[in-house]
Design a protein. Sequence first.
Length: 332
Amino acid sequence: MIEVRNLVKKYGTHTAVDHLDFKIEPGRIYGFLGPNGAGKSTTMNIMTGYLGATEGEVLIAGHDILKEPEEAKRHIGYLPEQPPLYMDMTVREYLRFAAELKGITREKREGEITEVEKMVRIQEVERRLIGNLSKGYRQRVGLAQAVLGFPEIIILDEPSVGLDPKQIIEIRELIRRLSKRHTVILSSHILAEVREVCDYILIISKGRLVASDTPENLEKKLGEHNVVEIETQADPSEIRLILKHVPGIERIETQATGEGVTRAAITEKKGEDIRERVFMAFAASKAPLLTLKTSGTTLEDVFMELTQSDKVPDAFAGKTKWEEVGNDAGNL
């Protein structure tokens, strides 16, 4: 769908995008993750033809975005961080204007606008002035113009910035619905948002692509060990006796709460999953578990490790191209 090759963008002596290479395949939700100033918006502006690159090229469905802009842009719907809305137009008037700009024929125009309004759930405000709408509804109207014409690729730059929690949830649901018919690319510095909706993640730091994979694989590659946390009414010595012959345990740490309950943190050996073994060991000893949960490396840990250091961890060393990282399904 999209190929980004050796992309560089410089502003004087400052390099905003530093030799990016990656590919986007159809039918997924991709997340651009990085701190403010990492180069996410600049990359998206180049991909959509808003900015020219200093070096490199972007191919959209085989068309160079700079050499064949009209043909390339037919495949893209774009929602910038600040939606390009006209506050003195009604929603319906604005969407008619956007449809005309996109070259949608008069015969199809009204039908497509109605379909898009239903998709993003703005039918009830179509006759209202955009300037009188809430921030959440304005974001939906911006999303509607991006979807008009039903391009294969929808690019969203910080789609939930400035929204309240309820509006953020609604926008996430819209993105999931869009992914059934479109390839969606969104940029964000909000980790929870990316983890919640994206199938694959590209992490950008200081203009460079430092990692790309599924959220689960990113967490696994950086993580050393998982910890199984339990609470039980058994005392510390009894816990160690119950777990003495359970394979896959690296170490055990216990803490008495003073209320007849003991907490234990059981560190797994790398590559092991001991949850079932622990449960069965306590069940066999008739010492009921009050809680059992795991904790390990999170996307937040991965993000901090990759964006706060100039050194890429060994798990990601040399993996600067999307197709080099890969996944089990072989889609990357």
